[in-house]
Design a protein around this ligand. Structure first.
Ligand SMILES: O=P(O)(O)OC[C@H]1O[C@H](OP(=O)(O)OP(=O)(O)O)[C@H](O)[C@@H]1O
Ligand SMILES: Nc1ncnc2[nH]cnc12
Length: 182
């Protein structure tokens, strides 16, 4: 299994910008746009993900709305497999299944197309997003994938906000790989 060195992890960390008080006071927002426009860092990340996941015999990569689309679609193309979007409610045009989840204040919903995995049972799926915080979005996305009878092989995140303990929540039902634990 390919591992990133501490030096390589530092290159990725340095490419992510902290923005204070966004979207509200007290939040330190992890801005990955600065990694995306750093070709060395973006290429390092995608090459690492390609090396890791080419061993997994995956059928699809599912990316979480919206930043998971960027990494997920790029990875699916490298692995020469299909990409499936897990979207916030009301955005997917055909028949969907949906799952509600709790936010800090209130609720939200994510959806997936019922035929996203071509009706194939036990399709091997990787779930990917940029960041794991409370784990609420990832938990709901994992449920969706399982509800359409696919096999969720792993959930992968570039960043894990360890103080929010999301990894422990998601690991209760799915193997989790996080690259940067901050
Ligand atoms: O672990 P959680 O507490 O559920 O939070 C993590 C989610 O929050 C962020 O997305 P956001 O909802 O801000 O949407 P965006 O990507 O469209 O900005 C992030 O990209 C994850 O999807
Ligand atoms: N601190 C943070 N930075 C970026 N995205 C997030 N999603 C939840 N918390 C976040």
């Amino acid at each position: 299994m390919s591992e990133l060195t501490q030096e390589e992890k530092q290159i990725l960390l340095n490419a992510i910008r902290d923005v204070q008080d966004f979207p509200k006071e007290g939040i330190v927002f992890k801005d990955i746009t600065t990694l995306l426009n750093d070709k060395k860092a973006f290429n390092l990340l995608m090459s690492h993900l390609e090396k890791r996941y080419k061993e997994y015999n995956l059928d699809y990569v599912a990316g979480i709305d919206s930043r998971g689309f960027i990494f997920g679609a790029a990875l699916a193309d490298r692995l020469n497999i299909g990409f499936v979007p897990v979207r916030k409610k009301g955005k997917l045009p055909s028949t969907t299944v949906c799952e509600k989840y709790e936010l800090e204040y209130g609720f939200d919903e994510v959806e997936i197309h019922l035929d996203a995995f071509h009706g194939k049972t036990n399709a091997r799926v990787l779930l990917i997003d940029d960041l794991l915080a409370t784990g609420g979005t990832a938990n709901a996305s994992a449920k969706l994938i399982k509800n359409v009878k696919a096999d969720l092989v792993e959930a992968c995140f570039l960043l894990n906000l360890t103080f929010l303990n999301g990894k422990q929540r998601v690991e209760q039902h799915t193997p989790v790989y996080t690259i940067l634990d901050v």
